[in-house]
Write a protein that binds this ligand. Structure first.
Ligand code: FPP
Length: 265
């Protein structure tokens, strides 16, 4: 049962959206949704604001979408918050982005705890500033027993770096006779990735009209359904998440095989 959401501004809209959510919940929900949150800079530029204003508004979207994902019984929501390439941005912007986890968790951690959300992180922690690590670690510790949505931040994350790191560990295990080359399979390799405890994403959403993957979860998205929207991340609303999940529920996933109907022909 989901709590009726009070997110829409007119009673008519409210009723329609709650009906859509009820319908969604009658069909298979994507267990793991991953989002490339893009378009913060353009959102700010359109309003003649500094780019960081877009990131700040984007943080508010993170809260809204987290709450709805939790209501939809999505198990994991992975958000691409900072890539290994984002260090190339001006220092001021990098510093601002690195401050957002602290600001977000400073304001919303009590709400996340109350809503049974579990916070985790993937990415290379070694280069993160102390304040960022402290805020994330504190949230991870305080929510580790929670059983609702797993809100997984990808911070200083890069798909290629993750794969290289996994190969290094795997090679070391072979060298130390803990593994033989014959034992390397998809599932064996997945255990060397930062997502070892997560299922692969079922649905990947990218906002802002860009049609690329930008080094995000390259191994994990082999069979993920992709959904793109022109909406800029700060404008992304509950309605778009509902649309994306509805679109996912219309897709037939074949994983390279055939579906039941096609197999009979
Ligand atoms: C890409 O938009 C967005 C980012 C690099 C940062 C995303 C971060 C957030 C949405 C906030 C994260 C919040 C928490 C709590 C960690 P862009 O700047 O590349 O936009 P543009 O393509 O329009 O310039």
């Amino acid at each position: 049962m989901f709590k009726k959401l009070k997110l829409w501004n007119t009673p008519e809209k409210q009723t329609t959206m709650n009906e859509r959510v009820t319908r969604i919940l009658d069909h298979p929900i994507p267990e793991h949704v991953a989002i490339i949150m893009d378009g913060n800079g353009r959102w700010a530029k359109k309003r003649a604001l500094p780019r960081v204003a877009g990131h700040h508004e984007g943080m508010r979207t993170v809260r809204k979408i987290t709450m709805l994902a939790n209501q939809l019984n999505i198990k994991t929501l992975t958000l691409y918050a900072f890539s290994t390439e984002n260090w190339k941005r001006p220092k001021f912007e990098v510093d601002y982005l690195m401050g957002l986890p602290e600001e977000f968790l400073g304001s919303f951690l009590p709400e996340l705890i109350e809503e049974n959300v579990k916070v985790t992180m993937i990415g290379d922690r070694s280069r993160l500033p102390q304040k960022t690590k402290r805020a994330v670690d504190d949230a991870i510790r305080k929510t580790e027993e929670n059983t609702g949505l797993n809100l997984n931040f990808a911070l200083n994350y890069g798909g290629r770096a993750e794969i290289i790191d996994a190969i290094k560990h795997l090679a070391a295990d072979i060298k130390n006779d803990r593994l033989t080359p014959d034992e390397i399979t998809d599932s064996c390799f997945s255990r060397y990735l930062m997502t070892q405890s997560l299922s692969d994403p079922d649905l990947l959403i990218r906002t802002s009209g860009e049609l690329r993957l930008s080094n995000f979860m390259l191994w994990q998205i082999a069979y993920t359904e992709l959904w793109f929207t022109d909406v800029l991340w700060p404008d992304f609303s509950e309605t778009q998440l509902i649309e994306a999940v509805e679109a996912f529920q219309q897709r037939t996933r074949r994983y390279g095989g055939l579906n039941e109907e096609e197999s009979k022909r």
